[in-house]
Design a protein. Structure first.
Length: 489
RNA sequence: GCUGGCGUAGCUCAGUUGGUUAGAGCACUAGAUUGUGGAUCUAGGGGUCGCAGGUUCGAAUCCCGCCGCCAGUACCA
C-alpha cells in the first residue's frame, strides 16, 4: 500500500489480523493468572517442605521418547512436529515421561530421587469446558524405591497442598492395579479385554451400574442418541465383575479397614498387600478414611501404572472430574535403561483446580495502592512516594498514563480493584500533606446513595489527609488491618 | 471420532411469508463534572449477518459444501 493513501477504518480493518486463540488454547487474564500463581506457590512451598527438589525439562522431546510403549492408539493425541533439522519431535503430554528420561540420563542423581515439577503439558484431545489442549500440571514423584513410604508421602504432600489452597472438602480415592487384575482374572475375562474393562469400570460412579453392565455386554445408546458399542462380554462375566464392585461400594461404606476385609476375602491377601501396607502408613500420618478412601472402581487410564493408583475428587463437585491423579509405575524407567527403577507419583491439575475455585468468583485485590499524579512537574515526588510504599511491602501501582483528570485516574484504580488511592495535588504539596482515599468504603457508599453530589461530599469526608512523612506507616497500618480482617472472616 | 443443536456488534440477543441504509440492551469512548472511582443523562465509535458457492430482479432470511461453537458421548498416557 502506498503511503499517500489514507487509512480509513474500513481499509485498516481488512489488513488487521484477527486476534484469536488456537483451538483448545486459552489466555489467563490478570485475575486468573494471579490466582494460578498463588496456587502454584502454595504447592511449591509444601513440596519443598517435604524435601522434594525442583527440575525443569523442555516442552519439546524427541517423539520416540514420548511414544514408547503407549502404542499407536494414543499417538494421535500428541502434538508432533518436524524440527528445522527434520527430526520428529513432540510436545510433552505429561511430566512423568520426561522424569523417567532424566533419571535414566543422569545416573548420578540421588536415589531415591524426590522431585517436583510444574509446567505446561499438551494433549490434542477435543477441548471441553475446563479442559484445554495446553494445561499446567504440578507433579511430585519419588523414583528409585519400592517402599510404600513413597506412596504415603506423595499422598500426604498432595493432601497438605490442597488443604492449604483451600479447595473445600475433597477425597483421595485409592485403588490397586493388583486388585483390579485379580478381579478380572477371577471373572474369567480374557487379558486382551482387561484394559477396556478397566476403562468401563472407571466410569462406575459417573454412569451407574446399569450402564456399566450394558457397555460390558451389548452396548447402549446415550442421551444424545449416539450408539456406544458394547464389549461383548458374556452376561455372567459382566455380572461377576460388576456385582463385586456393587457390594464393595455399598456395604463396607467408607471405612478403609472394612473395604480391605472385603477385598482380601474376595481376591486374596496377596492382591491386597500393598493396600494393607499403605493403610497402616496413612493411619500413622493421621490420614483417616474421611480423607483417603479405598475405591475398587478407580482405574486411571494410564497403562503404565503397576500398583496403587490415586485420584482426588472434590466432594461438592462430584462430576467435575478429578483434580489430581497418580500412582505407582515400576516399569517406566526401564524403557530407557533396561534396569527396573520403581517409582510413584502424584500430579495436580492446576488449571482444573483453578476452574473449580474460580467458579466461586471472589474479588481479589491485585493491587493495594494506586498513586495518582496531579502535578506533572513533580514526577520525582510521585516516584519517591511509590518507592517508599513498595519498600514497606505494599503493592503500589504508580499511575503511568498521561491522563490528567483525577476522575480518569480513579476510574483506572477502580478497574484494577485497588484498595486505596493516594492523592497529592497542589494543595497537599503546599501543606506537606497527602490524601489517602479508601476505594472500598467509597464503593459501599455508592450503593447507598444515588445522588451524585451527596455521594461526592460524603466520600470526600471519609478521605484521610495526613502529613507526608506519616504516609508509609499509615498506609502500612491500613493495609495490614484489612488483611487481618480477611483472615478472621 | 460419533449424535444433535447453533453461528447477526466485544457480550447477550431481535430481525415478519426473501424487499431500501441490519437493530436493541450491556460493554467501550467522549462530554455534562478542567481535584474525586459508582448512579443518571447526552453524543459517538464499532457489522463484507462464520466462509465459499447456488437459486432469485433482490438473500442475514431458501438450498449445498466447508469451518467454528455448544451439549451429550467416546477417548484421556
Amino acid at each position: 500500500m502506498k503511503e499517500s493513501e489514507p487509512i480509513t477504518p474500513a481499509s485498516r480493518k481488512s489488513e488487521t489480523i484477527e486476534p484469536q486463540n488456537v483451538k483448545g488454547f486459552r489466555d489467563l487474564l490478570p485475575r486468573d493468572a494471579y490466582r494460578k500463581n498463588e496456587i502454584v506457590s502454595v504447592i511449591r512451598r509444601v513440596y519443598e517442605s517435604y524435601g522434594f527438589l525442583p527440575v525443569e525439562t523442555p516442552g519439546l522431546e524427541y517423539l520416540e521418547i514420548l511414544l514408547g510403549e503407549y502404542g499407536d492408539e494414543n499417538t494421535k493425541q500428541i502434538f508432533r512436529f518436524k524440527s528445522p533439522e527434520e527430526q520428529d519431535v513432540a510436545l510433552r503430554f505429561d511430566l512423568t515421561v520426561p522424569l523417567a528420561r532424566i533419571v535414566a540420563q543422569y545416573a548420578d542423581l540421588p536415589k531415591p530421587f524426590k522431585r517436583y515439577q510444574v509446567g505446561s503439558v499438551w494433549r490434542a484431545d477435543k477441548p471441553d469446558p475446563g479442559r484445554f489442549r495446553e494445561f499446567t500440571q504440578f507433579d511430585v514423584d519419588v523414583v528409585g524405591t519400592s517402599s510404600q513410604l513413597a506412596e504415603a508421602e506423595v499422598i500426604s504432600a498432595v493432601v497438605k497442598s490442597l488443604r492449604e489452597i483451600g479447595v473445600g472438602d475433597f477425597t483421595v480415592n485409592v485403588n490397586s492395579r493388583r486388585v483390579l487384575n485379580a478381579a478380572i482374572s477371577k471373572a474369567g475375562i480374557a487379558p486382551h479385554n482387561a484394559k477396556k474393562v478397566l476403562r468401563i469400570l472407571d466410569k462406575f460412579f459417573k454412569i451407574g451400574h446399569q450402564n456399566v453392565m450394558l457397555e460390558l455386554t451389548e452396548g447402549r445408546i446415550d442421551s444424545s442418541g449416539d450408539k456406544i458399542p458394547g464389549l461383548g462380554l458374556k452376561e455372567n462375566s459382566a455380572t461377576l465383575i460388576t456385582s463385586v464392585f456393587v457390594i464393595a461400594l455399598s456395604s463396607p461404606g467408607t471405612s478403609r479397614k472394612k473395604m480391605l476385609d472385603f477385598l482380601t476375602e474376595h481376591f486374596g491377601e496377596e492382591s491386597c498387600s500393598d493396600l494393607i501396607n499403605l493403610d497402616e502408613l496413612l493411619e500413622s500420618l493421621g490420614l483417616g478414611s474421611n480423607v483417603v478412601r479405598f475405591d475398587p472402581t478407580i482405574a486411571r487410564g494410564l497403562d503404565y501404572y503397576t500398583g496403587p493408583v490415586f485420584e482426588v475428587n472434590l466432594n461438592n463437585k462430584p462430576l467435575f472430574g478429578s483434580v489430581a491423579g497418580g500412582g505407582r509405575y515400576d516399569n517406566l524407567v526401564s524403557r530407557f535403561t533396561g534396569v527396573q527403577l520403581p517409582a510413584v507419583g502424584f500430579s495436580i491439575g492446576v488449571d482444573r483446580l483453578l476452574a473449580a475455585i474460580s467458579s466461586e468468583a471472589t474479588n481479589a485485590n491485585l493491587v493495594d495502592v494506586v498513586v495518582t499524579i496531579m502535578e506533572r512537574n513533580k514526577l520525582d515526588e510521585y516516584l519517591k512516594i511509590a518507592e517508599e510504599l513498595r519498600a514497606a511491602g505494599i503493592r503500589t501501582d504508580l499511575y503511568l498514563g498521561t491522563e490528567k483528570s483525577l476522575r480518569k485516574q480513579l476510574q483506572y484504580a477502580d478497574k484494577l480493584n485497588a484498595r486505596f488511592a493516594v492523592i497529592v495535588g497542589s494543595n497537599e504539596f503546599q501543606n506537606g500533606m497527602v490524601t489517602i482515599k479508601s476505594l472500598e468504603s467509597g464503593s459501599t457508599l455508592a450503593s447507598e446513595t444515588s445522588d451524585r453530589t451527596q455521594w461526592l461530599k460524603e466520600s470526600r469526608e471519609k478521605q484521610l489527609e495526613i502529613a507526608r512523612r506519616d504516609l508509609v506507616t499509615e498506609m502500612k497500618r491500613l493495609v495490614d488491618k484489612r488483611k487481618l480482617l480477611i483472615t478472621l472472616e
